[in-house]
Design a protein around this ligand. Structure first.
Ligand SMILES: *[C@@H]1O[C@H](CO)[C@@H](O)[C@H](O)[C@H]1NC(C)=O
Ligand SMILES: *[C@@H]1O[C@H](CO)[C@@H](O)[C@H](O)[C@H]1NC(C)=O
Ligand SMILES: *[C@@H]1O[C@H](CO)[C@@H](O)[C@H](O)[C@H]1NC(C)=O
Ligand SMILES: *[C@@H]1O[C@H](CO)[C@@H](O)[C@H](O)[C@H]1NC(C)=O
Ligand SMILES: *[C@@H]1O[C@H](CO)[C@@H](O)[C@H](O)[C@H]1NC(C)=O
Ligand SMILES: *[C@@H]1O[C@H](CO)[C@@H](O)[C@H](O)[C@H]1NC(C)=O
Length: 810
């Protein structure tokens, strides 16, 4: 008989030690988030945008950027071609303007838009004929994407028969006067970039000279291509092909995308850097941050735009592999540090600022709980630094208990160039949950832009978070992404065309990785119904290219390694229960918001009901420390989720901020079987199928793991007297109950004060109270002292009984 363990302890909950602080608010609205207040925040964001735009137009234009502190124009470093930080995204092509045409439309800056369009049209001939070496990836996402997006918005949003607010009259008029020249420019730019893909290896070179092509690009700038760089342009280039009818862009970039996907590791993980000359991976590390982030993003977004199941399978396979090998789930938080692609072993003790985009992607792909858990970590980082260090160290291995950590100890790369990813994810989470906490986060960021980040000529990020030193640079994404997402977050009334279902719901649109709205549908295809495009494509495509027949057959290898079916007697012995893929639903349906549950009918935040809201503060306490120049008190207003005003207004119900005690147990991961096979054993969720439910010992959430091989398992070691991760004290009775009667014949020496509990199996969470069932096994003589089974069927490992791993006797 199986005894199910129940939570016996009363919920011993301690009030959080942090006491709420009063917050001094500059806004006349005091965190009310009434429609007026939200409109005010949106207005304020427009003012910030106008400050940046006017600064650029006055002091930067027609150069690429404006330097926000010294008010000088900024462009490529023509003297030092190795200065790639500066040169990769600047080419004397008015970058800031090119990256923001769609931003001007979204923010309804019609005069500025008309000026920008006129300027580009007058200068379009030879606009990109610049003797400058650029990075293909940056140039594609910022400028090619910007041109395509503006072109789509100006031609395919406003329809004659749709009634629009008067504020869109100018939009309509500008659209009517637009003749499609931006697609022309996009095509010119595409032709200048595509030679980088025409390599012997199909792996593109990372850089190209816009005027002279691959010639004159020094080989030492070409050795290192990253996975994002190789795979990401596939989306903009495929769209360029579909809009112009010139197939080469799609052909070459898809070739590279699928070639690189086929070379993933046996664990379905993709390394991050590759040598295009040799076609060889240069590392065996993967993650979700710098160098690989937009690979996953575009697998998912490419699937949406082009209705492409093959792309979806790439996302699906990758996310599952990352959940199995990279995801670290602790105290209600989720992070994805770098891991080895061959062995799945955690490689880094830091996470990237760029990884903050991941929760937005989790929302888009339907993983809402994961998204909240991932986002909360970046929220806490923001609480402490008012920014996110480029690399933040989350784990300190120094075991010296007396060591006093400083802020500097957790900052591995110390700059914050006003990156958009955190606000981007906040926007996605607000659209999905409508929890006012996300508006509150936005308001805090807005305030920082109004005060700390504002410079005389735009906005200046932080060069060194350790010292507070500023950066004299405003990259094009500050307006194009950061301020754009902030503005869209505050568009709660859906006044922006992107939020209007009557204009956009028929389009499978996404934000590009540079926040440019992009979409495609058959009406836009050259040769389709839209005569404007037909005529346009016919004029545009030179005969020699149109005649050149590219074969549309690109080998898209969607084969992935299947779960290993270990040959075990009785494998199919579960007869009266059904089995399903625990990941199955996750990729077929969107999860409902776990936050929305208004009990009163008033607008309220369920954020304070989120279990372990303060888990991250404990889990990462050694890494969450304010820099010495910043306020250290809990009573300033920088702890976003601890603002008194917000709490008072949005928790109408009787909530007290509570925190569980933090566990004193240890948790670790083990691989069972060959590391190369870990993650590939069958793990199914058992479902009851029609028999008498009350008699069944199977409950929802129980898992089926036929073999103890090919598994990556997270276990918690429960030692007498410790507090476990469910906030229970481990008692002698608990241990005795789990151990049951000790078999006298057993060769195993039982450990009397410790049991084990499994939390994750190959990326699948084992829910509280659920059991992992496995088939009976005979340990080999060599293993007989290591592994066994108790009389009650529980598996014993090195003398420690696993409380939720039980043998199925049928
Ligand atoms: C905002 O809140 C503070 C503190 O709760 C209060 O002192 C102040 O009067 C409020 N201001 C407005 C405009 O409501
Ligand atoms: C927003 O700004 C416009 C002018 O730019 C003004 O007419 C309007 O009243 C403002 N709205 C709010 C809510 O502040
Ligand atoms: C920058 O572009 C402008 C306009 O095309 C051109 O006149 C100027 O010579 C370029 N500057 C450099 C350094 O190439
Ligand atoms: C397709 O991909 C699978 C898994 O990565 C690989 O084993 C197989 O060799 C690939 N097929 C071809 C023809 O490249
Ligand atoms: C510290 O907090 C106080 C009170 O909130 C504020 O007046 C002061 O400007 C803050 N200092 C910094 C450096 O943020
Ligand atoms: C299911 O089993 C319970 C307990 O054995 C019994 O009381 C009940 O009548 C059974 N229900 C059905 C539908 O057979």
């Amino acid at each position: 008989m199986v005894i199910r363990l129940t939570a016996r302890c009363t919920q011993l909950i301690l009030a959080l030690c942090c006491i709420l602080g009063f917050c001094v608010s500059e806004s006349p609205y005091n965190s009310s988030f009434t429609p007026d207040h939200i409109r005010y925040l949106k207005n304020e964001t427009t003012l910030l945008f106008q400050h940046a735009w006017r600064s650029y137009m006055t002091h930067g234009f027609p150069f690429d950027e404006v330097r926000p502190i010294t008010c000088e124009p900024y462009g490529p470093d023509y003297k030092d071609y190795t200065n790639t930080v500066r040169n990769d995204a600047m080419a004397n092509i008015s970058s800031t303007l090119l990256d923001n045409i769609d931003t001007l439309i979204i923010m309804e800056q019609w005069d500025d838009l008309e000026f920008a369009l006129r300027y580009l049209k007058e200068n379009q001939v030879d606009f990109f004929n610049q003797d400058a070496i650029v990075q293909v990836f940056e140039t594609t996402i910022r400028f090619l994407g910007g041109l395509l997006s503006a072109h789509l918005i100006l031609t395919d949003v406003i329809k004659k028969d749709i009634h629009l607010p008067p504020s869109y009259n100018r939009f309509k008029q500008i659209g009517e006067n637009y003749d499609g020249f931006l697609l022309d420019m996009a095509y010119d730019l595409g032709l200048r970039l595509i030679p980088s893909y025409k390599t012997k290896t199909n792996i593109p070179f990372p850089r190209i000279n816009l005027k002279t092509g691959l010639r004159n690009v020094p080989p030492n700038l070409q050795k290192d291509a990253c996975t994002s760089g190789v795979t990401t342009p596939v989306l903009e280039f495929t769209l360029l092909s579909r809009l112009t009818g010139d197939f080469q862009f799609e052909y070459y970039t898809q070739q590279s995308f699928w070639k690189i996907w086929t070379s993933k590791s046996a664990l379905n993980l993709m390394p991050m850097s590759i040598d295009p000359f040799e076609n060889k991976w240069k590392d065996t590390i993967t993650g979700i941050g710098a160098s690989i982030d937009s690979f996953y993003e575009y697998a998912a977004k490419g699937a949406i735009i082009f209705d492409d199941d093959a792309m979806w399978s790439v996302f699906h396979t990758s996310y599952k592999a990352l959940l199995t090998h990279s995801a670290q789930v602790n105290h209600g938080t989720m992070i994805f540090p770098n891991v080895g692609t061959e062995d799945g072993v955690i490689f880094s003790d830091w996470i990237d600022s760029l990884g903050a985009f991941w929760s937005g992607l989790q929302v888009l792909t339907g993983h809402l709980s994961h998204a909240i858990q991932t986002h909360i970590v970046y929220l806490k980082i923001w609480d402490y630094f008012d920014s996110i260090p480029e690399r933040w160290i989350y784990a300190h291995h120094n075991r010296n208990k007396r060591k006093k950590f400083k802020a500097d100890d957790s900052i591995a790369l110390e700059w914050y160039p006003l990156r958009p990813e955190f606000i981007e994810s906040t926007y996605y989470l607000y659209r999905a949950t409508k929890d006012p906490m996300y508006l509150h986060i936005g308001e805090r960021i807005l305030t920082l832009f109004q005060t700390k980040y504002k410079a005389e000529c735009g906005f200046s990020g932080i060069q060194n978070i350790k010292t507070g030193e500023r950066q004299n640079r405003m990259e094009t994404f500050v307006m194009g992404e950061t301020l754009k997402y902030l503005y869209l977050l505050f568009d709660d009334e859906n006044r922006v065309f992107l939020h209007k279902p009557e204009l956009m719901s028929s389009k499978n649109w996404v934000f590009s990785t540079e926040a440019h709205p992009l979409w495609f549908h058959k009406g836009l295809r050259s040769g389709g119904q839209n005569s404007q495009f037909n005529a346009y494509a016919a004029n545009l495509i030179p005969d020699d290219i149109a005649d050149e027949q590219f074969t549309p057959e690109i080998f898209r290898n969607t084969t992935v390694r299947q779960p290993i079916m270990y040959d075990i007697p009785g494998h199919e012995s579960i007869s009266h229960v059904g089995k399903k893929d625990p990941f199955g639903d996750q990729f077929d349906a969107c999860e409902m918001s776990p936050l929305v549950k208004s009990k009163t009918g008033f607008l309220e935040s369920s954020y304070y009901d989120w279990p372990n809201l303060f888990g991250a503060d404990f889990a990462f306490s050694k890494s969450l420390i304010k820099p010495s120049y910043a306020n250290k008190t809990n009573l300033d207003d920088s702890y976003i989720e601890l603002s008194r005003d917000f709490f008072d207004k949005f928790t109408t119900f009787d909530t007290q901020l509570m925190s569980q005690r933090m566990p004193t147990t240890t948790s670790y991961e083990v691989f069972w079987g060959d590391v190369k096979d870990s993650g590939f054993a069958e793990v199914s969720e058992l479902t009851f199928n029609g028999q008498n439910e009350t008699e069944s010992i199977i409950l929802p959430g129980d898992l089926w793991v036929p073999a103890l091989q090919g598994l990556r398992i997270k276990v918690e070691e429960l030692t007498l007297g410790s507090i476990d991760s469910r906030n229970l004290v481990i008692t002698k009775e608990h241990i005795l109950q789990v151990q049951g009667e000790v078999d006298e014949d057993s060769t195993i020496k039982m450990v009397t004060d410790t049991t084990l509990r499994i939390h994750r199996v190959n990326g699948v969470e084992v829910k509280q109270g659920a059991i992992v069932w496995t088939l009976p096994f005979q340990p080999s003589p060599r293993d007989r002292s290591e592994i066994g089974i108790t009389k009650e069927g529980r598996v014993v490992i090195q003398g420690k009984v696993v409380e939720n791993l039980i043998v199925w006797y049928g």
